[in-house]
Design a protein around this ligand. Structure first.
Ligand code: LMR
Length: 329
């Protein structure tokens, strides 16, 4: 058995090691795929500013926007390997790495308002989704909003028959792919970073985006029509690897978590105005035709995509759909 003296020595050394760790310089590498001037880009920059200020520059956050470091196809693997420390992928991108229940948020016409989305994210469902990330040794630190998606192409997309035969770029979500097929289009999974070029070259005919992404990628230069369908939601989960999180000293982990919580709340507050501002600028630019479907057309789109719900239910089970429908109301 250890003597009392040895125990005290060990405790003192442990304390010293912790203090040394707490004072060590830390760099957090954060990669994402959209422009800086988007709700996500701005919120993550703000996170970096808060962390630097509160640690007196000891903890740095280096943000790589615009798929500069990693794109959709490789960022999750990079996190697993420790090549990057923090990501904020859209919820649609967790399905293909083993979390199909995240695709609930992709269901067409599930949410009409942001308040419904927030209730689902902040309720039991949202917490269960983040907790489940431990299956792949990830820690979900919070959600970030980018609002509702709309359809674009070189023609108006207001009713199901307008989609016939179009190749539509989608994120790697089976729910979104099913939605496009249900509308009569052909889904093409592409990295976000390749989308604008694919539209410009005619590799795909159209896509879906919140306005902030559409505008900051200058997609209006390669698409002639934007239809304000408001048919689906786009949000993000901020994630780190358990190894990275465990290696931070306790006080640093607290500092980072608090700064992130504050930056995400700020980001969620500006997401609406950033998207509204982007739409106003897009209208003023006059370079694209902007349409809004009638209530009857939206109803047709909704009816045409109803089977997507059963498809997801078969994959993840009825209880998840019940939960999201319960939490949003
Ligand atoms: C997309 O791939 O369309 C979005 O997930 C991009 C993003 O991060 O907003």
């Amino acid at each position: 058995p250890l003597s009392r003296r040895r125990c005290l020595q060990a405790l003192a050394l442990g304390g010293l090691a912790q203090r040394a760790r707490a004072q060590a310089r830390v760099t957090i590498r954060l990669s994402h795929v959209v422009a800086r001037q988007t709700p996500k880009g701005l919120a993550l920059e703000r996170f970096g500013e808060l962390v630097r200020a509160r640690s007196q520059g000891r903890i740095d956050v280096v943000v790589y926007p615009n798929s500069l470091l990693f794109g959709d196809a490789d960022e999750m693997q990079a996190l697993q390997l420790g090549a990057v420390d923090m990501l904020a992928p859209s919820l649609s991108k967790f399905g293909r790495i083993g979390f199909p229940e995240f695709e609930l948020f992709d269901l067409p016409f599930l949410f009409e308002t942001r308040e419904q989305v927030y209730r689902a994210m902040q309720g039991a469902l949202g917490q269960a989704l983040l907790a489940g990330l431990a299956r792949q040794r990830m820690v979900g630190l919070g959600y970030l909003d980018n609002g509702f998606k709309h359809m674009s192409a070189n023609r108006p997309l207001l009713a199901p028959h307008h989609f016939a035969g179009l190749r539509m770029r989608v994120q790697g979500s089976r729910v979104i792919a099913h939605q496009m097929r249900a509308l009569g289009a052909r889904p093409v999974v592409l990295d976000f970073g390749e989308t604008r070029r694919a539209l410009a070259m005619g590799v795909v005919d159209g896509t879906e985006n919140p306005i902030s992404n559409f505008w900051t990628q200058r997609m209006h230069e390669v698409q002639t029509h934007l239809s304000l369908t408001h048919h689906g939601y786009l949000g993000y989960a901020v994630v780190v690897h358990q190894r990275f999180w465990a290696n931070l000293a306790g006080p640093d982990r607290q500092l980072v978590a608090a700064a992130l919580e504050e930056a995400l709340a700020w980001g969620n507050a500006i997401a609406r105005s950033e998207n509204e501002q982007a739409l106003a600028t897009l209208r003023e630019s006059g370079g694209i035709h902007i349409h809004a479907p009638s209530a009857a057309q939206r109803q047709q789109l909704r009816a045409a995509t109803a089977a997507v719900y059963q498809g997801l239910e078969r994959r993840i089970g009825r209880q998840w759909l019940d939960q999201v429908q319960h939490d949003r109301s």
